[in-house]
Ligand binder design. Structure first.
Ligand code: N01
Length: 545
């Protein structure tokens, strides 16, 4: 279809189309409907859940506390749901999302098992044209692509993957039947990020031999998983709105479990060690000091965690290789587990550090690393995602003049406030680049961004404006802001991480997460709204811009 000029009289099918039925998508459908818009949802999976649908590998669990990692827009939902664990597992979170979708009566609005293939702006009519299921399509004025930041698995980039004759699994797309049987098998796991760290101890319970292929070691601190504190639960249920307000006023989109009361710079060596040990015992070691954001404080935290990690592994060679010496704490996404490091104390679990013995290739029967050949029955890829921009690139998205999002972002993501892109009027992108996204509580972010997006749509409708897009100047400013705060975050610009696209060969290296804090982000969004969107171009009619 000619996106530029054709179809001036395109029929409007829906006001709002929401793609994706995870945290953001479910809330968007409910809220848009409640505001009186005609809505439609699409989900490529067979059920709601998003991330929590696909990543059903053994051991999958959230390491943000459940009482924070939840919706707060409806008091009765908060009061009627009981979490069984302070950090709920995948199955429970997916069940929770189904419960919410059901309660909000949005299931009937969603077409499941339906992948949106293209999203194209039709300038002549000022509408978006979405196509799916090969030959079906519809139009809307406001597409909301709630497709998540970690939903496009990284494609295997190891020679010979397709030759392997044994079973292969991806943590990011685990079989729904749960019939994966590792019993008595020789298993290889590639990848030691959050998914690998959670799956490895579970796989080790059944496998006869387990080989872990580790390219980069990660920080691993104790998980906060365990029983919910009754008093905390009662206080949350008493006033959910207060929790919601507090989360938006916080730095990370949630209330931290605890935080050190003293400042690193004001303590002597002994005081620092005491504060670190207290924080370790209380499971808040990243926030051991009030000024933990300082690089000196972060260095002390990193060293302390390294020391604690070394203590948990019996074999000194394995211990040394499991510890991240190459980057500071927080440079990559840290992991949490009480059992991961100890797993290497079992005689059948072997660490293969790829820094010393890189993978040469995979063949029919196993993996060849530089100094040995390892025969395997099963390979598990815990190799992560083409994060943040990858999910958008997997859809053919075209804006003004038929420009694709891939072209617009060929040098890295450019947007304003993480939600809108110049050249793509009325297209909304929650949980995308340059929002607090993965460095905040994604559940809080989902509610905040959908509120802001729908309030913006409502503003357009009430002011008789057919559309908006951020100016290029606003985008440049936001890129600079994102960079300015990234510079302050220890390790952000010096560590190879998926935060900056370094895990995908050829991807531009841009730090893609806004780390100025949730409060500042929320305030900046709502200041725009209050001031009538000064950083945006407001369309006067469908054709003018
Ligand atoms: O993915 P990752 P993930 N050869 O990219 C390695 C969230 N999450 O699925 O670090 C060899 O972190 C790669 O090595 P390197 C969370 O935000 C949350 O584990 O690139 N190795 C790395 O070790 C998390 O950060 C939760 O050198 C290769 C691993 O594979 C995000 O999802 C649970 C390789 C990928 O780690 C992604 O986590 C799970 C290759 N060719 C996930 N390619 C919780 O809330 C990649 N690797 C607990």
């Amino acid at each position: 279809m000619d996106t530029k000029t054709s179809e001036p009289n395109l029929q409007l099918d829906y006001d709002v189309v929401v793609v994706g039925a995870g945290f953001a998508g479910i809330y968007a459908l409910w809220k848009a409907k409640k505001m009186g818009y005609k809505v439609k949802g699409f989900e490529r999976a067979s059920d709601v859940g998003g991330t929590w649908f696909w990543n059903s590998y053994p051991g999958a669990r959230c390491d943000v506390e459940s009482y924070n990692y939840a919706y707060f827009f409806d008091d009765s939902i908060v009061r009627d749901w009981e979490w069984s664990d302070a950090c709920a597992g995948q199955e429970e979170i997916q069940r929770y999302l189904r419960f919410v979708a059901d309660r909000c009566a949005v299931l009937e609005d969603i077409s499941f098992n339906t992948k949106i293939e293209s999203v194209q702006y039709v300038e002549a009519s000022g509408l978006w044209h979405l196509s799916y299921s090969n030959d079906k399509s519809l139009t809307c004025r406001y597409p909301i692509l709630a497709i998540g930041a970690l939903s496009e698995p990284k494609k295997p980039d190891i020679e010979g993957v397709a030759d392997f004759m044994g079973d292969t699994y991806f943590t990011s797309n685990w079989p729904r039947d749960n019939l994966v049987d590792f019993n008595g098998k020789r298993v290889g796991v590639i990848g030691t990020g959050s998914s690998g760290v959670q799956a490895i101890p579970e796989i080790a319970k059944a496998a006869s031999e387990l080989y872990v292929f580790q390219r980069t070691a990660n920080y691993v601190t104790p998980t906060r998983s365990g029983p919910m504190e009754t008093e905390l639960v009662l206080s949350i249920k008493k006033d959910p709105k207060a929790v919601r307000r507090a989360a938006r006023e916080s730095f990370g989109g949630h209330t931290p479990l605890a935080m050190g009361e003293e400042r690193y710079l004001e303590l002597d060596e002994e005081g620092r060690e005491r504060a670190l040990q207290k924080a370790w015992d209380g499971k808040y070691v990243p926030l051991a000091f009030r000024d933990a954001y300082l690089s000196e404080a972060n260095d002390a935290i990193s060293d302390f965690i390294r020391k604690k990690m070394l203590e948990q592994v019996d074999d000194p060679w394995t211990a040394k290789h499991l510890v991240p010496w190459d980057h500071p704490y927080g440079g990559k996404r840290p992991c949490m587990s009480n059992v991961y490091l100890q797993t290497y104390n079992f005689p059948h679990v072997h660490l293969i550090p790829l820094s010393e013995s890189p993978i040469e290739k995979i063949d029919e029967r196993g993996i060849k690393v530089s100094n040995q050949y390892i025969p395997l029955d099963v390979i598990v890829f815990a190799t992560g995602f083409d994060a943040i921009s990858g999910p958008l690139f997997a859809i053919d998205i075209r804006g003004l003049d038929g420009q694709s999002i891939n072209e617009a972002w060929k040098d890295g993501p450019a947007n304003y406030l993480g939600t809108m892109v110049n050249g793509f009027p009325n297209l909304f992108l929650p949980s995308s680049a340059m929002s607090p996204s993965v460095l905040s509580n994604m559940a809080t972010l989902a509610e905040q961004q959908i509120d802001f997006i729908l309030d913006s749509i409502d503003w357009l409708e009430k002011n008789g404006r057919p559309g908006m897009q951020p100016t290029k100047e606003a985008q440049n400013f936001w890129q600079q802001e994102t960079l300015r705060y990234a510079k302050k975050r220890p390790g952000a610009l010096t560590t190879k991480s998926w935060y900056s696209g370094a895990n995908i060969p050829g991807k531009p290296r841009i730090f893609m997460v806004y780390c100025g804090g949730f409060k500042r982000y929320n305030e900046t969004c709502y200041q725009e709204l209050e001031d009538g969107f000064p950083s945006y171009e407001l369309l006067t009619n469908a054709l003018s811009r």
